[in-house]
Design a binder for this molecule. Structure first.
Ligand SMILES: NC(=O)c1ccc[n+]([C@@H]2O[C@H](COP(=O)([O-])OP(=O)(O)OC[C@H]3O[C@@H](n4cnc5c(N)ncnc54)[C@H](OP(=O)(O)O)[C@@H]3O)[C@@H](O)[C@H]2O)c1
Length: 290
């Protein structure tokens, strides 16, 4: 193990767990900073709601991976302060997980505020701007739809180069290293896919039939609320997908993953096959309790 010490926030979440695993594999000291026990690294309890937990996490560390837990009320607004504390504790590199959505975000959005805050700090930094995650279909917001075998989204025939979070994490780990990439890093998958193609990749990779039907925004919001999400969150996602359907939100494939990692980003089929291999069964069988 080296002396290089990194903090990984969100280390129980979709990207953070892979960032922590990748950082451990590099031989770094890894502080996984979450409220619940993480799968990789040493657990340093951190709560966005409790500033007294912040400094002990960051003190003596070289670099930090910072996500913005948007689903936790007030956390996004507190993220600039969290990063200030990290810098004041001696952290020299911050890798912030932002989003490609920042381009269409309101001027006063927490996402823009967090990006601006990093730029003001006396640290080296990388801002990751990924497109939508493929993992939304297996472990994220659309998991219930994949389980039901039918993606009902208001995305029309619009195409998005969705990304495997392992690729986000691989770039994040590279950026946490001394001399790693800096600046704004747009992150996409290697191919623009419509949701018929995503459903086909899920079907083949998971070994289960998954179809796609384009539905009105209001129907999508209702489906999402039956899967336990708030109406507000459904309206937010529905509006973004409607932009994709209308062709107003176009995300070109970015070469960042290949440039940073030296290999192409993972395809949707590779993503689905990997998910099936690590879970040992498809999400549908999860539902059946098998
Ligand atoms: N989904 C997409 O398609 C997509 C695309 C682009 C960008 N993004 C961005 O990805 C970010 C989310 O990252 P993710 O998907 O890796 O995370 P995630 O899967 O949503 O998990 C959230 C993480 O935040 C932690 N957390 C939540 N509330 C917390 C609190 N009060 N104090 C401390 N930790 C807290 C959770 O850990 P504990 O509960 O264990 O504390 C968990 O590890 C968002 O900013 C989103 O904008 C998402």
């Amino acid at each position: 193990m080296t002396d290089y010490a990194v903090v990984v926030t969100g280390a129980t979440g979709k990207t953070g767990q892979h960032v922590a695993a990748g950082a451990v594999a590099r031989g770094w000291q890894v502080r996984s900073a979450t409220r619940s026990a993480p799968p990789h690294g040493d657990w340093f309890p951190l709560d966005w709601d409790d500033e007294s937990t912040w400094a002990p996490v960051f003190a003596g560390c070289d670099a930090a991976y910072v996500i913005i837990p948007f689903n936790h009320p007030g956390a996004a607004e507190r993220t600039p302060r969290l990063m200030e504390v990290a810098a004041s504790c001696g952290v020299r590199r911050i890798v912030l997980l932002s989003s490609l959505d920042v381009d269409s975000a309101e001027p006063d959005s927490p996402l823009r505020a967090a990006e601006a805050a990093v730029g003001r700090l006396p640290v080296r930094s990388a801002i990751l701007r990924p497109t939508w995650f493929l993992d939304n279909f297996t472990t994220g917001s659309f998991r219930g739809m994949t389980q039901a075998g039918e993606l009902r989204l208001p995305a029309g025939d619009g195409r998005i180069p969705q990304i495997d979070v392992r690729d986000v994490a691989d770039v994040a780990v590279a950026a946490l290293a001394d001399g790693g990439p800096e600046g704004v890093l747009p992150l996409t998958g290697p191919e623009e896919l419509d949701h018929h193609q995503v459903a086909a990749a899920l079907s083949e990779g998971l070994g289960r039939r998954v179809t796609y039907t384009s539905v009105p925004v209001e129907e999508f919001v209702q489906v999402l609320t039956t899967h336990g999400f708030s109406r507000e969150y459904g309206v937010f996602l529905g509006a973004a997908l409607a932009e994709v359907a209308a062709g107003r939100l176009r995300i070109p494939v970015a070469g960042t993953v290949e440039r940073v990692t030296g290999r192409p980003g993972r395809t949707a089929l590779e993503f689905a096959r990997h998910h099936a291999s690590v879970t040992g069964h498809s999400p549908l069988r999860d539902d059946a309790g098998a």
